[in-house]
Design a protein around this ligand. Structure first.
Ligand SMILES: Nc1ncnc2c1ncn2[C@@H]1O[C@H](COP(=O)(O)OP(=O)(O)OP(=O)(O)O)[C@@H](O)[C@H]1O
Ligand SMILES: [Mg+2]
Length: 343
């Protein structure tokens, strides 16, 4: 047997909806507004009832006016002051036979979806740009070689070595993108085990040895004795350390100093990498962990950077339950830090 909903049921349903709902009579006076609508317009309980549509404001007012006049449904996306969220507003007529008896307006918060759309299109734009730059350069050099430059063996060798560098940059970019996406999509299963951080830092210092000596940098490692083991996926931890040390080396002038510290703080082990490099301006500090963000695009690209290194660091550390931080003074140097949980 069908059950007829009474007002109590309808009130409960309305109160539980995430979307704001307001119903109007044929004169545009509010008959009912649910809790989400009251929150949206920052008013107390039942304060919207009896208000006219004019009191709600500009664009919504004209949408409701149109629905009451013509009986068509209308949609719009708008910011509703003083809120910063974007709402999709859908207004439908309430009809009996041919008469328009009133209107219902539904307000849905679509901010996350719109931000996601924007991030996605920025990301695609950035990737395309990063791929196009080395490809254009490779194409240019190959054409010049085919046009006759390959007859001169010195020029040929020089151009081929540029093509080699650019190809390497392309493959590094693609590798970095795959690393990011595999961690983000949780496709790369994180396999944390008790790991000796000191051992990892020493092995990464060894791997980076040639770059360190090429720039005559002084690299120091300071560590507490008996440092606790940490819970981490060793390959990913190495990637974090490599990316941070790579930056410290890249952005520090010759004969500069890099200090790696590891110490315990409560239930975490903190690793910091301090350099005496160029530093990062204050207004860029909070952006350096964003994908593709580079303080000085030209300089970083010249050094082979794609701007993904720190985004990868942040993802790996946060997916281990740790945190990243940065402090810097332009012209003096920077300190990047990561934390991991102790075993
Ligand atoms: N130690 C540092 N000193 C000064 N600036 C830094 C340092 N580390 C990072 N930065 C700045 O932050 C930006 C982002 O760093 P990130 O490691 O993400 O990218 P990248 O080094 O440019 O390229 P990639 O690491 O992908 O090869 C760099 O371009 C640089 O401007
Ligand atoms: Mg880097």
């Amino acid at each position: 047997m069908a059950t007829i909903l009474d007002n109590k049921h309808i009130d409960a349903i309305m109160a539980s909806l995430m979307d704001g709902i307001i119903t109007f009579d044929r004169n545009g006076v509010i008959i009912m507004a649910n809790k989400a609508a009251e929150n949206l317009f920052l008013v107390n309980k039942d304060a919207l009832q009896g208000c006219t549509m004019e009191e709600i404001g500009g664009e919504i007012n004209s949408m409701i006016g149109e629905v009451l006049l013509r009986g068509n449904e209308v949609f719009a996306e708008m910011l509703i002051q003083p809120r910063t969220q974007i709402y999709r507003v859908h207004v439908m007529p309430i009809k009996s036979d041919r008469d328009i008896e009133g209107a219902v307006a539904v307000f849905r918060d679509v901010t996350d979806a719109r931000n996601f759309d924007q991030m996605r299109s920025e990301f695609v734009g950035n990737v395309s740009h990063e791929l196009r730059t080395p490809l254009t350069s490779i194409k240019g050099f190959v054409e010049t070689l085919l046009d006759g430059a390959m007859e001169n063996s010195a020029i040929c060798r020089r151009f081929l070595s540029i093509i080699d560098t650019e190809t390497e940059r392309l493959s590094r970019l693609i590798e970095d993108l795959l690393t990011l996406s595999s961690i983000e999509s949780k496709e790369r299963v994180i396999n944390p085990k008790p790991v000796c951080l000191i051992h990892c830092i020493r092995s990464v210092m060894n791997i980076m040895g040639p770059q360190i000596s090429e720039k005559s940098l002084h690299v120091e490692f300071i560590c507490e004795p008996d440092l606790a083991l940490i819970y981490a996926d060793e390959d990913l931890l190495n990637q974090v350390l490599i990316n941070l040390l790579d930056n410290a080396i890249k952005y520090t002038p010759r004969q500069g100093k890099v200090i790696i510290r590891a110490y315990r703080s409560d239930s975490r082990v903190i690793t910091t990498i301090t350099d005496t490099g160029m530093g990062i301006p204050r207004d860029s500090l909070f952006r350096v962990f964003e994908r593709f963000y580079r303080v000085d695009k030209a300089r970083s690209r010249h050094q082979g950077g794609t701007g993904l290194g720190l985004a990868i660091v942040k993802h790996i550390v946060e997916s281990h339950g740790g945190e990243v931080f940065v402090e810097s003074e332009p012209g003096k140097g920077s300190t990047f830090g990561v934390s991991f949980l102790v075993v």
